[in-house]
Design a protein around this ligand. Structure first.
Ligand code: PLP
Length: 455
Protein backbone atom coordinates (compact mmCIF):
# COMPACT_ATOMS: atom_id res chain seq x y z
CA UNK A 1 0.00 0.00 0.00
CA UNK A 2 1.72 3.16 -1.17
CA UNK A 3 0.61 6.66 -0.36
CA UNK A 4 0.92 7.75 -4.03
CA UNK A 5 -2.01 5.51 -5.01
CA UNK A 6 -4.28 6.75 -2.26
CA UNK A 7 -6.73 9.50 -3.18
CA UNK A 8 -7.30 12.25 -0.59
CA UNK A 9 -9.19 10.97 2.43
CA UNK A 10 -11.99 13.51 1.91
CA UNK A 11 -12.82 11.81 -1.39
CA UNK A 12 -12.66 8.15 -0.49
CA UNK A 13 -13.94 7.97 3.02
CA UNK A 14 -10.56 7.10 4.44
CA UNK A 15 -6.88 7.04 3.59
CA UNK A 16 -6.84 3.26 4.02
CA UNK A 17 -8.44 2.44 0.69
CA UNK A 18 -5.79 2.60 -2.06
CA UNK A 19 -7.20 3.90 -5.34
CA UNK A 20 -5.75 1.25 -7.59
CA UNK A 21 -6.65 -1.69 -9.78
CA UNK A 22 -5.02 -4.75 -8.26
CA UNK A 23 -5.76 -8.41 -9.05
CA UNK A 24 -4.36 -11.00 -6.66
CA UNK A 25 -6.57 -13.99 -7.59
CA UNK A 26 -8.66 -15.06 -10.56
CA UNK A 27 -12.04 -13.28 -10.77
CA UNK A 28 -14.07 -14.37 -8.83
CA UNK A 29 -11.52 -15.62 -6.28
CA UNK A 30 -11.86 -18.59 -3.93
CA UNK A 31 -13.51 -16.70 -1.06
CA UNK A 32 -16.04 -15.16 -3.41
CA UNK A 33 -16.74 -18.57 -4.92
CA UNK A 34 -17.35 -20.05 -1.47
CA UNK A 35 -19.73 -17.21 -0.60
CA UNK A 36 -21.44 -17.68 -3.91
CA UNK A 37 -22.18 -21.30 -3.07
CA UNK A 38 -23.82 -20.23 0.18
CA UNK A 39 -25.72 -17.52 -1.65
CA UNK A 40 -26.97 -19.93 -4.31
CA UNK A 41 -28.44 -22.12 -1.58
CA UNK A 42 -29.97 -19.27 0.42
CA UNK A 43 -30.89 -16.42 -1.95
CA UNK A 44 -33.74 -16.62 -4.48
CA UNK A 45 -32.37 -17.04 -7.99
CA UNK A 46 -34.57 -14.26 -9.36
CA UNK A 47 -32.20 -11.83 -7.64
CA UNK A 48 -29.14 -11.65 -9.91
CA UNK A 49 -25.65 -10.17 -9.57
CA UNK A 50 -23.68 -8.74 -12.46
CA UNK A 51 -20.37 -9.96 -11.09
CA UNK A 52 -20.26 -12.42 -8.17
CA UNK A 53 -17.26 -10.95 -6.37
CA UNK A 54 -18.25 -10.39 -2.76
CA UNK A 55 -17.42 -6.95 -1.41
CA UNK A 56 -15.27 -6.25 1.64
CA UNK A 57 -14.86 -2.49 1.17
CA UNK A 58 -15.56 0.17 -1.44
CA UNK A 59 -14.87 3.87 -1.90
CA UNK A 60 -13.65 6.58 -4.26
CA UNK A 61 -13.48 4.58 -7.46
CA UNK A 62 -12.75 1.03 -6.28
CA UNK A 63 -14.50 -2.06 -4.97
CA UNK A 64 -12.31 -4.36 -2.89
CA UNK A 65 -13.45 -7.97 -2.72
CA UNK A 66 -13.06 -10.61 0.00
CA UNK A 67 -10.05 -12.09 -1.84
CA UNK A 68 -8.21 -8.76 -1.77
CA UNK A 69 -8.79 -7.85 -5.42
CA UNK A 70 -9.32 -4.16 -6.07
CA UNK A 71 -11.58 -3.46 -9.04
CA UNK A 72 -12.21 -0.12 -10.70
CA UNK A 73 -15.91 0.58 -10.25
CA UNK A 74 -17.73 1.89 -13.33
CA UNK A 75 -21.14 0.91 -11.94
CA UNK A 76 -21.47 2.87 -8.66
CA UNK A 77 -24.16 0.44 -7.53
CA UNK A 78 -26.20 1.57 -10.56
CA UNK A 79 -25.63 5.31 -10.30
CA UNK A 80 -26.08 5.42 -6.54
CA UNK A 81 -22.69 6.11 -4.98
CA UNK A 82 -22.04 9.36 -6.83
CA UNK A 83 -20.32 10.80 -3.74
CA UNK A 84 -18.44 7.54 -3.08
CA UNK A 85 -19.46 4.47 -1.07
CA UNK A 86 -18.67 5.94 2.31
CA UNK A 87 -18.29 9.67 1.83
CA UNK A 88 -17.08 11.27 5.10
CA UNK A 89 -20.03 13.67 5.38
CA UNK A 90 -22.42 10.77 4.87
CA UNK A 91 -20.63 8.58 7.41
CA UNK A 92 -20.49 11.36 9.99
CA UNK A 93 -24.13 12.37 9.75
CA UNK A 94 -25.39 8.78 9.55
CA UNK A 95 -23.34 7.77 12.60
CA UNK A 96 -24.65 10.73 14.61
CA UNK A 97 -28.21 9.96 13.55
CA UNK A 98 -28.00 6.25 14.37
CA UNK A 99 -26.72 7.15 17.82
CA UNK A 100 -29.56 9.65 18.33
CA UNK A 101 -32.49 7.56 17.00
CA UNK A 102 -32.99 5.19 14.07
CA UNK A 103 -36.73 5.50 13.54
CA UNK A 104 -39.91 7.02 14.87
CA UNK A 105 -41.89 7.00 11.61
CA UNK A 106 -42.40 10.50 10.19
CA UNK A 107 -46.17 9.81 10.14
CA UNK A 108 -46.10 9.15 13.88
CA UNK A 109 -43.60 11.65 15.28
CA UNK A 110 -41.70 13.83 12.79
CA UNK A 111 -38.08 15.07 12.82
CA UNK A 112 -36.05 17.88 11.25
CA UNK A 113 -33.93 15.80 8.82
CA UNK A 114 -36.96 14.93 6.66
CA UNK A 115 -37.96 18.59 6.42
CA UNK A 116 -34.40 19.62 5.61
CA UNK A 117 -34.18 17.10 2.74
CA UNK A 118 -37.47 18.44 1.32
CA UNK A 119 -36.14 22.02 1.58
CA UNK A 120 -32.91 21.03 -0.20
CA UNK A 121 -34.80 19.27 -3.01
CA UNK A 122 -37.05 22.31 -3.50
CA UNK A 123 -33.92 24.43 -3.89
CA UNK A 124 -32.05 22.04 -6.24
CA UNK A 125 -34.74 20.77 -8.63
CA UNK A 126 -35.58 22.75 -11.80
CA UNK A 127 -37.79 25.85 -11.53
CA UNK A 128 -38.27 28.48 -8.84
CA UNK A 129 -42.01 27.95 -8.24
CA UNK A 130 -43.38 26.87 -4.83
CA UNK A 131 -42.52 23.19 -4.34
CA UNK A 132 -43.32 20.42 -1.90
CA UNK A 133 -41.86 16.94 -1.47
CA UNK A 134 -42.83 13.53 -0.11
CA UNK A 135 -40.16 10.93 0.71
CA UNK A 136 -40.20 7.17 0.09
CA UNK A 137 -37.80 4.22 0.13
CA UNK A 138 -37.20 3.22 -3.47
CA UNK A 139 -37.36 4.61 -6.95
CA UNK A 140 -40.31 2.44 -7.93
CA UNK A 141 -42.21 3.67 -4.89
CA UNK A 142 -41.53 7.27 -5.89
CA UNK A 143 -42.82 6.63 -9.42
CA UNK A 144 -45.97 4.95 -8.06
CA UNK A 145 -46.60 7.93 -5.82
CA UNK A 146 -46.01 10.44 -8.62
CA UNK A 147 -48.82 8.68 -10.50
CA UNK A 148 -51.07 8.73 -7.42
CA UNK A 149 -50.45 12.45 -6.97
CA UNK A 150 -51.05 13.22 -10.66
CA UNK A 151 -54.31 11.24 -10.62
CA UNK A 152 -55.51 12.96 -7.46
CA UNK A 153 -54.67 16.37 -8.96
CA UNK A 154 -56.24 15.83 -12.39
CA UNK A 155 -59.06 13.44 -11.60
CA UNK A 156 -57.92 11.47 -14.69
CA UNK A 157 -56.58 7.92 -14.91
CA UNK A 158 -54.29 7.36 -17.89
CA UNK A 159 -50.50 7.29 -17.66
CA UNK A 160 -48.29 7.79 -20.72
CA UNK A 161 -44.78 6.34 -20.85
CA UNK A 162 -42.27 5.81 -23.65
CA UNK A 163 -40.52 3.08 -25.60
CA UNK A 164 -37.39 1.74 -23.83
CA UNK A 165 -38.57 3.19 -20.49
CA UNK A 166 -37.55 1.74 -17.14
CA UNK A 167 -39.54 2.80 -14.08
CA UNK A 168 -39.20 -0.11 -11.65
CA UNK A 169 -40.32 -3.60 -10.67
CA UNK A 170 -43.55 -3.14 -8.69
CA UNK A 171 -46.83 -3.91 -10.39
CA UNK A 172 -47.61 -0.41 -11.68
CA UNK A 173 -43.99 0.34 -12.56
CA UNK A 174 -43.61 -3.00 -14.37
CA UNK A 175 -46.50 -1.91 -16.55
CA UNK A 176 -44.67 1.37 -17.15
CA UNK A 177 -41.35 -0.36 -17.93
CA UNK A 178 -40.93 -1.32 -21.58
CA UNK A 179 -38.65 -4.36 -21.63
CA UNK A 180 -40.22 -7.78 -21.16
CA UNK A 181 -37.24 -9.95 -20.20
CA UNK A 182 -36.20 -9.98 -17.41
CA UNK A 183 -38.43 -7.29 -15.89
CA UNK A 184 -41.97 -8.41 -16.77
CA UNK A 185 -41.95 -11.92 -18.22
CA UNK A 186 -44.35 -14.13 -16.27
CA UNK A 187 -45.29 -11.41 -13.76
CA UNK A 188 -48.57 -10.15 -15.29
CA UNK A 189 -51.35 -9.21 -15.27
CA UNK A 190 -50.13 -5.64 -15.11
CA UNK A 191 -51.82 -2.43 -14.02
CA UNK A 192 -54.15 -0.94 -16.61
CA UNK A 193 -54.37 2.54 -18.14
CA UNK A 194 -50.68 2.66 -19.04
CA UNK A 195 -49.98 3.71 -22.65
CA UNK A 196 -46.68 3.78 -24.52
CA UNK A 197 -45.55 6.46 -26.96
CA UNK A 198 -42.56 6.48 -29.33
CA UNK A 199 -39.34 7.87 -27.84
CA UNK A 200 -36.74 10.02 -29.56
CA UNK A 201 -33.80 7.65 -30.09
CA UNK A 202 -31.60 9.42 -32.64
CA UNK A 203 -29.24 6.50 -33.34
CA UNK A 204 -32.17 4.23 -34.30
CA UNK A 205 -34.31 6.64 -36.33
CA UNK A 206 -34.70 5.25 -39.87
CA UNK A 207 -34.52 8.85 -41.08
CA UNK A 208 -33.04 11.61 -38.92
CA UNK A 209 -35.77 13.82 -37.50
CA UNK A 210 -35.58 16.80 -35.17
CA UNK A 211 -36.58 16.69 -31.53
CA UNK A 212 -39.69 18.73 -32.38
CA UNK A 213 -40.64 16.19 -35.06
CA UNK A 214 -40.08 13.28 -32.68
CA UNK A 215 -42.28 15.04 -30.12
CA UNK A 216 -45.01 15.62 -32.74
CA UNK A 217 -44.87 11.89 -33.58
CA UNK A 218 -45.29 10.97 -29.90
CA UNK A 219 -48.05 13.55 -29.33
CA UNK A 220 -49.93 12.24 -32.36
CA UNK A 221 -49.95 8.72 -30.86
CA UNK A 222 -50.96 10.10 -27.46
CA UNK A 223 -53.84 12.20 -28.85
CA UNK A 224 -55.14 9.53 -31.22
CA UNK A 225 -54.80 6.50 -28.96
CA UNK A 226 -55.39 7.91 -25.48
CA UNK A 227 -56.87 11.42 -25.69
CA UNK A 228 -55.43 14.36 -23.77
CA UNK A 229 -58.50 14.69 -21.55
CA UNK A 230 -58.01 11.18 -20.15
CA UNK A 231 -54.36 11.58 -19.20
CA UNK A 232 -53.19 12.24 -15.65
CA UNK A 233 -49.47 12.31 -16.42
CA UNK A 234 -46.72 11.76 -18.93
CA UNK A 235 -43.74 10.09 -17.25
CA UNK A 236 -40.36 10.23 -18.97
CA UNK A 237 -36.68 9.71 -18.21
CA UNK A 238 -34.92 12.80 -19.63
CA UNK A 239 -31.95 10.54 -20.38
CA UNK A 240 -32.96 6.87 -20.62
CA UNK A 241 -31.32 4.70 -17.96
CA UNK A 242 -31.79 0.93 -18.35
CA UNK A 243 -33.13 1.63 -21.86
CA UNK A 244 -29.65 2.54 -23.10
CA UNK A 245 -28.51 6.01 -22.00
CA UNK A 246 -30.39 7.50 -24.93
CA UNK A 247 -30.33 11.30 -25.03
CA UNK A 248 -33.44 12.43 -26.93
CA UNK A 249 -32.94 14.82 -29.83
CA UNK A 250 -32.70 18.45 -28.75
CA UNK A 251 -36.14 20.00 -28.48
CA UNK A 252 -37.99 16.74 -27.78
CA UNK A 253 -38.35 17.17 -24.02
CA UNK A 254 -39.34 20.86 -24.15
CA UNK A 255 -42.02 20.10 -26.76
CA UNK A 256 -43.50 17.19 -24.78
CA UNK A 257 -43.44 19.29 -21.59
CA UNK A 258 -45.16 22.19 -23.37
CA UNK A 259 -47.87 19.87 -24.72
CA UNK A 260 -48.49 18.65 -21.17
CA UNK A 261 -48.82 22.22 -19.89
CA UNK A 262 -51.21 23.11 -22.73
CA UNK A 263 -53.39 20.09 -21.98
CA UNK A 264 -53.48 20.07 -18.19
CA UNK A 265 -51.40 16.88 -18.10
CA UNK A 266 -48.84 16.52 -15.29
CA UNK A 267 -45.31 16.26 -16.75
CA UNK A 268 -43.26 13.90 -14.57
CA UNK A 269 -39.50 13.67 -15.09
CA UNK A 270 -38.19 10.36 -13.76
CA UNK A 271 -34.73 11.58 -12.74
CA UNK A 272 -34.05 8.60 -10.50
CA UNK A 273 -30.95 7.68 -12.51
CA UNK A 274 -30.16 10.95 -14.29
CA UNK A 275 -30.63 13.32 -11.35
CA UNK A 276 -28.44 14.56 -8.49
CA UNK A 277 -25.40 15.74 -10.55
CA UNK A 278 -25.05 12.54 -12.60
CA UNK A 279 -25.36 14.18 -16.03
CA UNK A 280 -23.23 17.24 -15.29
CA UNK A 281 -26.16 19.32 -14.03
CA UNK A 282 -28.21 18.88 -10.88
CA UNK A 283 -30.96 17.38 -13.03
CA UNK A 284 -30.91 16.23 -16.66
CA UNK A 285 -33.92 18.48 -17.40
CA UNK A 286 -31.67 21.47 -16.66
CA UNK A 287 -29.71 20.89 -19.89
CA UNK A 288 -32.68 22.11 -21.92
CA UNK A 289 -34.27 24.39 -19.34
CA UNK A 290 -37.23 22.03 -18.94
CA UNK A 291 -39.20 22.56 -15.72
CA UNK A 292 -41.20 19.43 -14.86
CA UNK A 293 -44.36 19.53 -12.76
CA UNK A 294 -43.09 16.58 -10.71
CA UNK A 295 -39.61 15.06 -10.42
CA UNK A 296 -38.86 11.61 -9.03
CA UNK A 297 -35.51 11.20 -7.30
CA UNK A 298 -33.75 8.26 -5.63
CA UNK A 299 -30.49 6.45 -6.49
CA UNK A 300 -27.75 9.11 -6.17
CA UNK A 301 -29.50 11.23 -3.56
CA UNK A 302 -28.46 9.55 -0.30
CA UNK A 303 -24.91 8.25 -0.74
CA UNK A 304 -26.06 4.62 -0.83
CA UNK A 305 -28.84 4.58 1.75
CA UNK A 306 -32.36 3.83 0.53
CA UNK A 307 -34.27 7.07 0.02
CA UNK A 308 -36.51 8.38 -2.75
CA UNK A 309 -38.78 11.34 -3.28
CA UNK A 310 -41.38 13.07 -5.39
CA UNK A 311 -40.73 16.80 -5.66
CA UNK A 312 -43.11 19.13 -7.42
CA UNK A 313 -45.45 22.04 -7.74
CA UNK A 314 -46.99 22.67 -4.35
CA UNK A 315 -50.56 22.75 -5.67
CA UNK A 316 -50.14 19.35 -7.37
CA UNK A 317 -48.28 17.77 -4.45
CA UNK A 318 -51.03 18.87 -2.08
CA UNK A 319 -53.83 17.21 -4.08
CA UNK A 320 -53.93 13.86 -2.20
CA UNK A 321 -55.87 13.73 1.06
CA UNK A 322 -53.97 13.67 4.38
CA UNK A 323 -52.83 10.12 5.06
CA UNK A 324 -52.98 9.24 1.33
CA UNK A 325 -49.19 9.33 0.95
CA UNK A 326 -46.49 7.86 3.14
CA UNK A 327 -45.21 4.54 4.42
CA UNK A 328 -43.65 3.14 7.57
CA UNK A 329 -40.06 3.79 6.55
CA UNK A 330 -40.45 6.61 4.00
CA UNK A 331 -37.93 9.34 4.79
CA UNK A 332 -36.24 7.30 7.49
CA UNK A 333 -34.07 9.60 9.66
CA UNK A 334 -30.84 7.72 8.92
CA UNK A 335 -31.49 7.86 5.17
CA UNK A 336 -32.31 11.58 5.46
CA UNK A 337 -29.05 12.20 7.33
CA UNK A 338 -27.23 10.38 4.52
CA UNK A 339 -28.98 12.52 1.89
CA UNK A 340 -28.00 15.72 3.70
CA UNK A 341 -24.40 14.49 3.80
CA UNK A 342 -24.48 13.52 0.12
CA UNK A 343 -26.01 16.85 -0.93
CA UNK A 344 -23.44 18.79 1.14
CA UNK A 345 -20.68 16.78 -0.57
CA UNK A 346 -22.13 17.48 -4.02
CA UNK A 347 -22.24 21.20 -3.29
CA UNK A 348 -18.84 21.42 -1.55
CA UNK A 349 -17.00 19.49 -4.28
CA UNK A 350 -19.07 20.94 -7.17
CA UNK A 351 -19.91 17.47 -8.45
CA UNK A 352 -21.90 18.68 -11.48
CA UNK A 353 -18.58 20.08 -12.73
CA UNK A 354 -16.84 16.81 -11.86
CA UNK A 355 -19.40 14.93 -13.98
CA UNK A 356 -18.74 17.28 -16.90
CA UNK A 357 -14.99 16.61 -16.64
CA UNK A 358 -15.69 12.86 -16.67
CA UNK A 359 -17.86 13.35 -19.77
CA UNK A 360 -15.04 15.15 -21.54
CA UNK A 361 -12.49 12.45 -20.73
CA UNK A 362 -14.84 9.64 -21.73
CA UNK A 363 -16.03 11.24 -24.98
CA UNK A 364 -12.44 11.93 -26.02
CA UNK A 365 -11.15 8.44 -25.25
CA UNK A 366 -14.22 6.46 -26.40
CA UNK A 367 -14.62 8.63 -29.50
CA UNK A 368 -11.05 7.77 -30.50
CA UNK A 369 -11.75 4.10 -29.80
CA UNK A 370 -14.89 4.18 -31.97
CA UNK A 371 -12.74 5.36 -34.91
CA UNK A 372 -10.73 2.15 -34.61
CA UNK A 373 -13.63 -0.16 -33.72
CA UNK A 374 -16.49 -0.10 -36.25
CA UNK A 375 -18.56 -2.28 -33.88
CA UNK A 376 -19.06 0.87 -31.79
CA UNK A 377 -22.10 2.39 -33.47
CA UNK A 378 -22.37 5.33 -31.13
CA UNK A 379 -20.78 6.91 -28.07
CA UNK A 380 -23.40 8.91 -26.17
CA UNK A 381 -24.73 10.11 -22.86
CA UNK A 382 -24.26 13.09 -20.59
CA UNK A 383 -21.87 13.75 -17.74
CA UNK A 384 -20.85 10.60 -15.89
CA UNK A 385 -23.63 8.64 -17.63
CA UNK A 386 -21.89 7.52 -20.82
CA UNK A 387 -22.47 4.46 -23.00
CA UNK A 388 -21.31 2.79 -26.19
CA UNK A 389 -23.82 1.01 -28.41
CA UNK A 390 -22.40 -2.09 -30.11
CA UNK A 391 -23.57 -3.17 -33.55
CA UNK A 392 -22.57 -5.36 -36.47
CA UNK A 393 -20.11 -3.08 -38.30
CA UNK A 394 -21.68 -0.87 -40.94
CA UNK A 395 -25.25 -1.52 -39.72
CA UNK A 396 -27.40 -0.65 -36.72
CA UNK A 397 -28.04 -4.34 -36.00
CA UNK A 398 -27.48 -4.80 -32.24
CA UNK A 399 -24.61 -7.05 -31.13
CA UNK A 400 -25.58 -8.24 -27.66
CA UNK A 401 -23.17 -11.20 -27.77
CA UNK A 402 -20.18 -8.92 -28.32
CA UNK A 403 -21.42 -6.58 -25.58
CA UNK A 404 -21.59 -9.46 -23.11
CA UNK A 405 -18.09 -10.62 -24.10
CA UNK A 406 -16.61 -7.14 -23.68
CA UNK A 407 -18.22 -6.67 -20.29
CA UNK A 408 -17.06 -10.11 -19.08
CA UNK A 409 -13.51 -9.42 -20.27
CA UNK A 410 -13.52 -6.07 -18.46
CA UNK A 411 -14.56 -7.87 -15.27
CA UNK A 412 -11.72 -10.36 -15.69
CA UNK A 413 -9.33 -7.43 -16.08
CA UNK A 414 -10.61 -5.77 -12.90
CA UNK A 415 -13.05 -3.18 -14.26
CA UNK A 416 -16.66 -3.43 -13.13
CA UNK A 417 -18.89 -2.51 -16.08
CA UNK A 418 -22.64 -2.85 -16.74
CA UNK A 419 -24.65 -3.50 -19.86
CA UNK A 420 -28.13 -2.20 -20.66
CA UNK A 421 -30.54 -1.40 -23.48
CA UNK A 422 -33.65 -2.97 -24.96
CA UNK A 423 -31.40 -5.09 -27.20
CA UNK A 424 -28.75 -5.76 -24.52
CA UNK A 425 -26.09 -4.22 -26.75
CA UNK A 426 -25.06 -1.23 -24.72
CA UNK A 427 -22.09 -0.99 -22.41
CA UNK A 428 -22.71 1.73 -19.86
CA UNK A 429 -20.35 3.58 -17.59
CA UNK A 430 -21.40 5.19 -14.31
CA UNK A 431 -18.26 6.11 -12.39
CA UNK A 432 -18.59 7.79 -9.03
CA UNK A 433 -18.21 11.54 -9.38
CA UNK A 434 -15.25 11.46 -7.00
CA UNK A 435 -13.34 8.87 -9.02
CA UNK A 436 -9.68 9.90 -9.23
CA UNK A 437 -8.59 10.83 -12.79
CA UNK A 438 -5.85 8.21 -12.96
CA UNK A 439 -8.36 5.43 -12.21
CA UNK A 440 -10.76 6.60 -14.90
CA UNK A 441 -7.86 6.72 -17.36
CA UNK A 442 -6.81 3.23 -16.39
CA UNK A 443 -10.36 1.89 -16.73
CA UNK A 444 -10.49 3.40 -20.23
CA UNK A 445 -7.13 1.78 -21.06
CA UNK A 446 -8.64 -1.58 -20.09
CA UNK A 447 -11.83 -1.00 -22.10
CA UNK A 448 -9.77 0.01 -25.13
CA UNK A 449 -7.57 -3.06 -24.91
CA UNK A 450 -10.56 -5.37 -24.41
CA UNK A 451 -12.59 -3.88 -27.28
CA UNK A 452 -9.68 -3.88 -29.73
CA UNK A 453 -8.90 -7.48 -28.76
CA UNK A 454 -12.46 -8.62 -29.46
CA UNK A 455 -13.52 -6.77 -32.62
C1 PLP B 1 -33.62 2.48 -10.93
C2 PLP B 1 -34.73 3.25 -11.52
C3 PLP B 1 -36.04 3.16 -11.03
C4 PLP B 1 -36.42 2.22 -9.90
O1 PLP B 1 -35.73 2.50 -8.74
P1 PLP B 1 -35.65 1.38 -7.57
O2 PLP B 1 -35.04 2.11 -6.43
O3 PLP B 1 -34.82 0.29 -8.11
O4 PLP B 1 -37.06 0.97 -7.31
C5 PLP B 1 -37.00 3.95 -11.60
N1 PLP B 1 -36.71 4.79 -12.61
C6 PLP B 1 -35.47 4.90 -13.12
C7 PLP B 1 -35.21 5.86 -14.23
C8 PLP B 1 -34.45 4.12 -12.61
O5 PLP B 1 -33.21 4.20 -13.14
Amino acid sequence: MTTETAAPAHLTGGPELPQERRLVTEIPGPRSRALHERRTAAVASGVGSVLPVYVAAAGGGVVIDVDGNSLIDLASGIAVTSVGNSAPEVVRRVSDQVAAFTHTCFMVAPYEGYVEVCEALARLTPGDHAKKTALFNSGAEAVENAVKIARAHTGRGAVVVFDHAYHGRTNLTMAMTAKNTPYKDGFGPFAGEVYRAPMSYPFREPVQITGAEAAARAIDVIEKQVGAGNIACVVIEPVLGEGGFVVPAEGFLPAVAQWCTDNGVVFVADEIQSGMCRTGAWFACDHEGVVPDLVTVAKGMAGGLPLAGVVGRAEIMDAPQAGGLGGTYGGNPVACAAALGAIATMEDLDLPAAARRIEQTMFTRLGALAEKAPAIGEVRGRGAMIAIELVKPGTIEPDAALTGKISAACHQAGVLTLTCGTYGNILRFLPSLVMPDHLLDEALDVIEEVVLGLV
